[in-house]
Design a protein around this ligand. Structure first.
Ligand code: XMP
Length: 513
């Protein structure tokens, strides 16, 4: 395992991500981690970048015991400046800030960190730089603006690089990280998803023990399904999945989830139809945040009631709650946020943990979304489910603008099903990150036959995004939009007009409410 100490750079988590691409496992901890408190010995340490200046009061500094571990150390950007600061203090504000691409000139062709790396593009993002060589170090590479783009003390296996090898804009960054982790640190390269499954199942079995029971909510989404499947593999029917139909799910969702999870994946599943309860509580409510709150609270209430009905075979109370927390959420809670560090707690499923006194079990906490998909495929979760677009917890309630009534939900549901079916038929589903139909609470005039009608408007939305923080609308061919619009007005009662949303996020959000 490689230890990544995070100084708060926006790229830090990419370091662990890149290392896993060549099967090296890495764990990220905040830069303030006391080395004496580590329960394992790393094979090597990477000090990340960060937004501070090493010479300023109050800047974060690494525990100097890191140098007593006697393992190779690589400092990236701030991490390099930190190494220099500790070994001679030769760090100052640069005359020019340097952001963006630069060309790397490797001076020391024998340096192990730069094996198979030559003149290539690297990505810079720094204001400070080294103005003197740290004691005991040599220059290994330069760039136009950085005479100390890379320095090394090869006797001690300590390396510093000013640029960011973890971003894809550094064309040979992967090779540099691999040279460090595999060749220099000799970290083992056995982190594969197959091994992950075995070790995770063993970890769950040990944690839960031979008799305890686990409960978890499933939604029909990727994360909860994959989490449920791995629990099933680990403890069989001592894992109880609960699916709550809140009346604002997509077309055929409940039937499909039931079929896939029970017949397909053998998961011990209870389906609760609470549609009437949810829709009853949503009656007359138009404020989106109120809708969200009602759905969240009702969900907790229904889930708790169902959980109480489960009679564990071994007579023990249910002890654990499964949660599909992914690595980005974990990073959010462990990454270094500055000297006045505030640690954010995980968002838990609608606050279930606040009400139910259960211990948390998070089998996906080390994985990124694409890794969860890979895991799902290996565990036999159907391909279509593994690649499903995300669907918000409050479901169609935030896609029916204004009051949520069964009749309005039906219109949104039917229109959505047509849109998604056409997207799949056109082979576009995977290119699009999320797509749906929203029902607007306005009436618009239409002609049907010889009659004028006043019926509602459907807004279609399809976006492409990497992280859902920013998004762009998807460019369909005109013929595709024409086909979808024609099918919706012809097949869905109550719709007279179809529009396509061509706003990016920001300023618009993905959802309409
Ligand atoms: P926005 O609309 O904020 O959406 O741009 C970004 C992503 O978040 C989803 N979303 C939600 N998911 N509960 C959820 O579980 C919510 O209340 C909620 N609101 C938005 C949205 O579908 C998109 O994927």
């Amino acid at each position: 395992t490689i230890l990544v100490l995070d100084f708060g750079s926006q790229y830090s988590h990419l370091i662990t991500r890149r290392l896993r691409e060549f099967n090296v496992y890495a764990e990220m901890l905040p830069c303030t981690q006391k080395i004496a408190d580590l329960t394992w010995k790393p094979k090597g340490v990477i000090l990340s970048g960060g937004p501070y200046s090493v010479y300023e009061d109050g800047s974060p500094h690494v525990d100097h015991d890191v140098f007593k571990l006697n393992v190779p150390i690589l400092g990236i950007c701030y991490g390099m400046q930190e190494i220099a600061w500790i070994n001679g203090k030769g760090v100052a504000r640069g005359d020019k800030r340097e952001y963006g691409p630069a060309t790397l000139n490797v001076k020391d062709k024998l340096c192990a960190l730069f094996a198979d790396v030559d003149h290539s593009q690297v990505w810079m993002s720094h204001g400070d730089k080294l103005h003197a060589l740290p004691t005991g170090f040599n220059i290994v590479a330069t760039s136009d603006n950085s005479p100390y783009a890379a320095v090394a003390n090869e006797d001690e296996s300590i390396y510093g690089i000013q640029f960011h090898p973890e971003v894809t804009h550094t064309t040979q960054g992967r090779t540099i990280l691999k040279n460090f982790a595999v060749n220099i640190c000799k970290a083992s390269t056995n982190w594969t998803m197959e091994n992950f499954i075995d070790t995770e199942i063993a970890r769950i079995q040990k944690l839960v023990g031979p008799t305890a029971e686990v409960i978890g909510a499933v939604s029909g989404g990727v994360d909860s399904t994959v989490g449920a499947k791995i629990m099933k593999e680990a403890i069989g029917d001592r894992f109880h999945a609960i699916y709550v139909d809140n009346g604002v799910m997509r077309k055929n969702e409940t039937e499909e989830v039931y079929k896939t999870l029970t017949e397909g994946l053998g998961i011990n599943l209870t389906v609760v139809d609470a549609s009437d309860l949810f829709l009853g509580r949503l009656k007359g409510i138009t404020d989106p945040e109120k809708k969200r709150k009602i759905i969240g609270n009702t969900f907790i209430h229904v889930f708790e009631e169902e959980a109480a009905k489960i009679k564990p075979a071994h007579g023990q109370e249910i002890e654990y709650l499964l949660q599909g927390t992914l690595y980005p959420d974990v990073i959010e809670s462990i990454s270094f946020k500055g000297p006045s560090q505030t640690i954010k707690t995980h968002h838990n499923v609608g606050g279930l943990l606040d009400v139910m006194k259960l211990k948390l079990i998070e089998p996906l906490r080390e994985l990124f979304k694409d890794e969860v998909r890979h895991l799902g495929e290996l565990l036999g979760v159907p391909h279509d489910l593994v690649w499903r677009h995300p669907f918000p917890g409050p479901g169609l309630a935030i896609r029916v603008l204004g009051e949520v009534t069964p009749a309005q939900v039906k219109i949104a549901r039917e229109a959505d099903a047509i849109f998604i079916a056409e997207i799949k038929a056109a082979g576009l589903y995977k290119q699009i990150s999320q797509a749906f139909a929203a029902l607007l609470p306005v009436k618009s005039v239409g002609v049907m036959g010889d009659q004028r009608t006043y019926e509602q408007v459907i807004a279609l939305r399809a976006i492409e995004t990497v992280d859902f923080m920013t998004a762009d609308w998807f460019v369909f061919e005109a013929a595709f939009l024409k086909r979808v619009a024609s099918r919706i007005v012809n097949e869905v009662d109550g719709v007279a007009r179809v529009t396509y949303d061509i706003t990016s996020k920001p300023p618009a959000t993905v959802e309409w409410e």
